[in-house]
Design a binder for this molecule. Sequence first.
Ligand SMILES: NC(=O)c1ccc[n+]([C@@H]2O[C@H](COP(=O)([O-])OP(=O)(O)OC[C@H]3O[C@@H](n4cnc5c(N)ncnc54)[C@H](OP(=O)(O)O)[C@@H]3O)[C@@H](O)[C@H]2O)c1
Length: 266
Amino acid sequence: MKLKGKSILLTGASGGIGRAIAKRLAAQGAQLILVGRSAQFLHSVSRELHTKNSNGFVVEADITTDQGRDAIRTALVAMQRPLDCLINCAGINIFSLLDDIETERIEQLIATNVVAPILLTQITLPFLNKDDGRILNIGSSFGNLGYPGFSVYCASKFAQRGFSESLRRELSDTQIQVAYLAPRATNTSLNSKAVCDMNRELGNVMDEPDVVAQVVEKMLLSKKMSDRDIGWPERFFLKINSIFPRLVDGALRKQLSVIRRYAQGL
Ligand SMILES: NC(=O)c1ccc[n+]([C@@H]2O[C@H](COP(=O)([O-])OP(=O)(O)OC[C@H]3O[C@@H](n4cnc5c(N)ncnc54)[C@H](OP(=O)(O)O)[C@@H]3O)[C@@H](O)[C@H]2O)c1
């Protein structure tokens, strides 16, 4: 789809990947609806990208609350035109051994990464352009690969992938497309210093956010969106994991002492 003038609601717009996506889509002339918890921050992103020139605007909303989601619904009603695309990008992460994670943090992560995008998608569906509406869920390579130290985050991304796949099939007799994009580790504030140090020690590559944004742009520009994984050898590793998970168990077992050391902050 051509992006000029297309209305695109982007959650996580104040984050590393969200800002990079917003930049690319703004350059294409899309009308951006930037969602996040800090209006001040979003307004500064909006000013920097001149999104107002394309009638873009900001919605201050905590997507885990009814109030936040209502603010988004109200904005969609006020727009008085169909929404062309929803990008579920907001997310949080926990890097810790399961034993060490407080219940509230687990609940918060599931509320942010699973419940909120599902409810937001449900709210958005009636507003989506019936002729070529798009829903793009930003998942993770950890949505295909359980990784020690990230059990709750991985669970949330597996859930997001399942949701995407089911909804894509549920809407397959309509013109609304649903796709899932799985970035690998990316240099943003989502990753603590411990995660970055661990990735360095293990030789895990971390992309810059624009690598993800470029793929998002390509997916939206394409006539037919397909799910995408970013990165080599991650793609190969994910394939092996789906066919021979025991092989991957063995490979990760060798990294476990390093992962545990960083996850425990030792
Ligand atoms: N960085 C990576 O290594 C990596 C790899 C694969 C996939 N991903 C996925 O990419 C997406 C973006 O991550 P990122 O790396 O850009 O992270 P980030 O820089 O930490 O940004 C996270 C974004 O989520 C928003 N957010 C968090 N909780 C929210 C809430 N309750 N309500 C509204 N917004 C909320 C934040 O907005 P405010 O705090 O301003 O509200 C921020 O804009 C996530 O879904 C993440 O899982 C990241």
